[in-house]
Unconditional design. Structure first.
Lengths: 849, 143
């Protein structure tokens, strides 16, 4: 202890004081003592000194230890209080301890004072720490309490039985009950009866250790209303407490419902509107499409492809549609209405009016909204109206012609009233004169007209001119004027009589016709489609420009006719073409299609598809024969190439000398076999057709085959192995199988190449047998040969060992000679035998078989 | 106890040669001779005494009962442990050596022709020596 211990000493006897200090010093620590003897001194010392420990004698003249202790209890109860005194008797000592003094040490036991102080100080420290901890705890509990009470969510703890243990003040606002009303009651009792079972289940899960998050149920408020709640909870098994937070979900629910309601409303709009509605995302993918939209477009759900079917838009309108889509997509909030044609299933084109509205940035929509309306009816009406107008104008124009006359020497003119009608004028306003006539001509056309007239004046030939009139009331009129000269006997011109006809309406039609023809031409050129017409009644033949182009014919030279066409026909197709023509001309029938080849002047062969129709007259005879002709050379060539390549592979398959077949990977049934397989296995193609792979195998091989066949799943699985097959004749053959997968009409199949290796196997076996035999011969011979040789060597050796007379007697030389003869015979025999094994090994194998 | 030398070979000339060599080398003064396995087996069955020991020089290729068949037949007889066998063959095959390992009686292989020297070496084979040490009655051959 750095600062030393502050000891407050309540003592009078100097001896005792000294004694104490001696002991304290022996205790080995630094200390300061503060001596007091009266109540006043003690009290003020307690307050100012804040001693670490108090040592008191039992009785003083004016004060006593019990009194001092009581005082200490009031002012500084945490300070250890030890009584060190003369013997005070057991009763008083017990009394002191009962009061709560830290210790009592009789003076005769003064040595105890040091350990006692030590213990007391130690306890004081731990007491102080405990107090601090307690304060902290209290503070944090207070904070928690505050959080619990201030939270808008209900924070509570529940016991195992769902009884509220603690509860935040929010319970008042959420449930209508103050916390103190609920503590001790079961939370489950507040739960809406319909939600009770699921809540019980959730509680059970919770007790099993599953934390609860976003659990929803309803509680019944004090006022009887149901309040939706979202719960989070955690079960703390150690404490036996469940920590819960319940949020009033009413606002969330209301918001969700609002969204749902508005979405429902929107959806019902989408479903029931007469207009079709489609929502596209920025990429053009359909997000939503109303049933009406499908109805208008005449598409089934699966035909929409999830996008705007621009491929169905009429080619002429496609540009407009795409441009509009792009424009609208680029500009937020842009809106645009377009009309276009869309191909319908079987009724040609439909007119569709679509309003595109870019609401991509509108958070509630986030899409380009397309409103569709079928305006085919309206459009048809419009077109009908326009046609009527044209017809009316034509009818008017038919009556619109007038006459004019001009005396030649003086150029005096007369105009008929009809002419004035065309001029939209009167004889009073515009007197008949060449000058006035000139003033009516459109300035652009005037030079041309004057030139024509001058030419006519010189040549005196009848003629006509068409030009435009610029009338004051009638505006621009297209007119044609035709004239004839009246001449005298000498051929001199007397006058010119003319007719002037308003052809404005007709002219407009002509322009339209020209335009539509141009379009047709374009279409024909694009599709390489030419058209032709044979008008039997009028005896005319028409070929379109594209037809000339297809034939490679020059329109300026070639006159269209059946005969002319015939000259282009490929020689091999000529007979067919002529018989077809004959048939059509005699027995006209509609919708005739055929394909022929033509040869262009430059020698190139083209493939042509024709389609034709006939029109009969009232007697049922052919009146018109017309149709189209399409150059399909490119398609045909591609088809032929494909066919050729297919044929090539078919030939490879069919004519391969190795047996091959294709089988169904699922059923193992033969799908196709080649000639070699038929030859090799002895079954006919028809027999194979009703067989499976199992039928060409001995029973023992079937499991092995099935295991292999069914394990080959992937398209890239190939297999190579050896099997035993059984031919129809019952011959067992060794086959080397190579298999690879292919798809035939969507079915998984496998192609097998089966190489009969029986012969090879037999060959090998024969060689092996032969080798074994040769080895055997070699072995035997070596033994046989060696036996007499060994004998000879043995005897010769013996000759050296025994004395000559004994060798004579024992006939050793005779033995040697006998052995030598034996050896000679054996070698001769070997030579003979080896000559016998010159046979071809295979022949040997065959003969063995 | 005595160690009797038995020669088994179907070739009379070989037999003569071997008998001479046995004598010359001191292996046996009067070896017993048989032309095939069968008669050897018959002899042993008839004459075997409890304390007898035999050294058999056995040819492999023989009619009636060849060397291997003889060894096979010997295995379960009461004299199975009394035999020591030396295979004598005109050409030693590795397969024969392999086969011989199945029979505990086979001591070694010798290739024909035998001579005095090889016969003397037989006397120094460790297996034979072991038997001879236990065999008090074995009469050391005299040259």
């Amino acid at each position: 202890m750095e600062k030393g211990i502050k000891i407050l000493l309540l003592e009078q006897d100097p001896d005792d004081i000294e004694l104490l200090e001696v002991h304290l010093k022996q205790g080995g620590w630094q200390f300061h003592t503060h001596l007091v003897q009266t109540r006043g001194e003690f009290e003020s010392a307690l307050a100012s000194l804040r001693p670490d420990i108090i040592l008191a004698t039992y009785s003083l003249p004016s004060f006593s230890a019990p009194e001092a202790f009581r005082l200490c209890q009031q002012i500084a109860p945490e300070i250890p209080f030890i009584v060190v005194s003369e013997s005070i008797g057991e009763e008083k000592a017990v009394e002191l301890i009962r009061m709560g003094v830290t210790d009592y040490i009789p003076r005769n036991n003064i040595a105890q004072v040091v350990p006692s102080i030590r213990r007391a100080l130690h306890e004081a420290v731990s007491r102080r720490q405990k107090r601090i901890t307690k304060i902290k705890l209290k503070r944090s509990e207070e904070q928690l309490r505050k959080i619990m009470d201030l939270s808008l969510d209900v924070i509570c703890t529940l016991d195992q039985e769902s009884r509220f243990i603690t509860l935040g003040a929010a319970s008042k606002s959420v449930w209508g009950y103050a916390p103190e009303e609920l503590i001790g009651t079961r939370s489950l009792d507040l739960v809406h009866p319909e939600d009770r079972e699921k809540t019980r289940q959730a509680m059970a899960d919770l007790l099993q250790g599953t934390d609860l998050t976003d659990f929803e149920n309803r509680h019944i408020r004090a006022d009887g209303r149901a309040v939706p709640l979202i719960w989070s909870a955690h079960w703390e098994a150690g404490e036996g407490l469940c920590y819960c937070i319940a949020r009033d979900a009413t606002p969330i629910k209301q918001a969700a419902e609002k969204v749902l309601r508005s979405e429902k409303r929107f959806r019902s709009l989408l479903q029931h509107s007469n207009d079709g509605l489609t929502l596209l995302d920025a990429g053009g993918q359909v997000i939503e499409r109303s049933p009406t939209a499908l109805k208008i477009l005449g598409l089934r759900e699966e035909e929409t492809w999830g996008r705007f079917r621009t491929d169905l838009v009429h080619p002429e309108d496609l540009g407009l549609v795409l441009r509009t889509c792009t424009r609208v997509r680029k500009k937020p909030l842009a809106s645009c209405t377009i009309e276009y044609r869309m191909r319908a299933k079987d009724t040609g084109y439909k007119w569709i009016e679509t309003t595109l509205h870019n609401l991509l940035e509108e958070p509630a929509v986030g899409a380009i909204v397309l409103n569709f309306r079928d305006i085919t009816r309206k459009k048809l009406d419009e077109i009908a109206l326009r046609e009527n107008e044209v017809r009316l104008r034509q009818a008017q124009a038919i009556g619109h012609f007038g006459f004019w006359e001009m005396n030649l020497p003086d150029k005096q003119q007369t105009w008929t009233p009809e002419l004035y009608q065309i001029y939209q004028s009167s004889p009073e306003e515009t007197p008949a004169s060449f000058e006035n006539f000139k003033s009516l001509i459109h300035p652009d056309d005037l030079p041309g007209v004057l030139k024509r007239f001058e030419e006519a004046e010189t040549s005196l030939e009848n003629g006509f001119v068409s030009f435009r009139l610029q009338t004051e009331r009638g505006g621009l009129r297209h007119v044609v004027s035709e004239w004839q000269f009246e001449k005298d006997e000498q051929g001199r011109p007397l006058r010119v009589i003319g007719i002037l006809q308003d052809v404005t309406a007709r002219r407009l039609d002509q322009i339209a016709l020209l335009q539509s023809e141009a379009r047709l031409k374009e279409a024909q050129a694009i599709g390489h489609i030419g058209s032709w017409e044979l008008n039997v009644t009028e005896g005319t033949v028409f070929w379109s420009e594209e037809l000339f182009r297809i034939l490679g014919a020059n329109p300026a030279v070639v006159q269209p006719s059946i005969e002319a066409f015939t000259t282009y026909i490929h020689p091999e197709d000529l007979a067919f073409f002529q018989s077809t023509m004959q048939q059509i001309l005699h027995e006209p029938k509609n919708e005739d299609y055929f394909s022929i080849r033509i040869v262009r002047p430059d020698g190139e062969t083209r493939y042509i598809n024709t389609s034709s129709q006939v029109e009969l007259d009232s007697q049922g005879r052919l009146a018109r024969y017309f149709g189209t002709l399409q150059d399909v050379t490119e398609v045909k060539l591609a088809e032929m190439a494909l066919e050729q390549s297919e044929q090539k592979y078919r030939n490879l398959f069919n004519f391969s000398p190795t047996p091959m077949w294709v089988y169904d990977a699922q059923t193992l049934a033969f799908l196709d076999v080649n000639q070699a397989a038929i030859r090799h296995y002895g079954y006919s193609k028809e027999e194979f057709a009703s067989m499976t792979l199992r039928d060409i195998r001995p029973k023992s091989e079937i499991p092995k085959m099935e295991q292999v066949a069914f394990s080959l799943k992937g398209a890239t699985d190939t297999f190579h192995g050896t099997f035993q097959h059984l031919t129809k004749a019952g011959e067992l053959i060794e086959v080397d199988i190579q298999s690879s997968s292919l798809l035939i009409e969507g079915r998984k199949a496998r192609l097998i190449i089966a190489n009969d290796i029986s012969e090879r196997v037999r060959y090998l076996q024969a060689i092996q047998t032969q080798n074994a035999r040769l080895k055997e011969i070699a072995w035997t011979q070596s033994h046989v040969v060696r036996a007499p040789l060994a004998r000879m060597m043995g005897f010769i050796d013996l000759l050296r060992q025994v004395p000559p007379e004994q060798s004579q007697e024992s006939n050793i030389l005779g033995f040697i000679q006998a052995s030598a003869r034996e050896l000679d015979a054996i070698i001769r025999d070997i030579v003979k035998k080896t000559e016998q094994i010159k046979d071809h090994p295979n022949q040997e194998a065959q003969s063995e078989k | 106890m005595s160690l009797q030398v038995i020669l088994v070979d179907d070739d009379d000339m070989v037999m003569y040669l071997h008998k001479m060599l046995a004598r010359l080398s001191g292996l046996a003064a009067n070896p017993v001779c048989f032309g095939d396995g069968k008669s050897t087996l018959a002899y042993l069955t008839a004459h075997h005494q409890a304390d007898s020991q035999y050294l058999v020089l056995l040819d492999i290729n023989m009619p009636e009962m060849n060397g291997w068949d003889f060894l096979q037949a010997v295995q379960h007889t009461r004299f199975a442990d009394a035999l020591l066998v030396i295979m004598v063959t005109s050409s030693i095959d590795e397969a024969d050596r392999e086969k011989a390992r199945e029979f505990r009686q086979v001591v070694t292989f010798l290739e024909k022709p035998l001579n005095v020297e090889t016969c003397r070496q037989i006397l120094h084979l460790p297996e034979l020596k072991a038997r001879m040490e236990n065999n008090t009655n074995f009469q050391s051959p005299s040259l």
